[in-house]
Design a protein around this ligand. Sequence first.
Ligand code: DO4
Ligand code: MG
Length: 275
Amino acid sequence: MRIYRTQAGWELEADHGGRIPVPPQAAGRLTTREDLFEYLAGIEGEAAAGSHSHALVAPIEEQEVWAAGVTYFRSRTARMAESEASGGMSFYDRVYHAERPELFFKSMPHRTVGPGAPVRIRHDSKWNVPEPELTLLVSPRGKILGYTVGNDMSSRDIEGENPLYLPQAKVYDGSCALGPGILVANQPLAPETGIHIEIRRAGAAVVFADSTTLATMKRNPADLVEYLFRENSFPNGCFLLTGTGIVPPNSFTLASGDEIAITIDGIGTLNNPVA
Ligand code: DO4
Ligand code: MG
């Protein structure tokens, strides 16, 4: 089942393809429900035909957004290359193989953009990429309630200069996009689930495209959540981006006006222009 946050409230995609409104909940309290799957299944069964399709906004309520890093070999290799001059290479290789994953704070609702809204490039950075990432919606008790598409926008020159600059490379206004909706599921996604990205420039040419699958992720989503919830409480639940398996070649940097389309099979396509 897929739900979408719209300017008029939450909507559930119905069997007939249209969207039906989800009854209003207390503020911030739909996507924290431990019984979200069962609750939506009940609404779906009772829904009358009819269709609502208001403009989409980011599918986030009051959650913090966190991210995992270096969960794919491609990310490890790209980070080792960009941090070679700083001597930071070994950190990335070690965290890729370590038992403890890299987890970092990524965003808050006010810095997160939704479908169609612009993501941003830092003005003090010259080398920027989108990171297409499977993103988990996690309940206050640490249950994976659903999945969305995430973009962990990153300034590679800043993180490459010194790994201690990671928060500045990763956390700034418009550095995180989520959407278009949430796939609410009561079982894990299949390993063959594909993650795809396409970047268009000047409204036309595809300047970068690539795909990967969840099977190439070194970590298990449930293990990442278990680490995140150690010694941390999330009264509003959280979103957790699970890392990127796609990094453009070193010669590539995003430009203002680019259009980023990230698709995850079964979830949807997140489209964002670059401001
Ligand atoms: O350690 C740097 C960040 C890694 C990351 O964001 C990723 O692998 O997706
Ligand atoms: Mg990332």
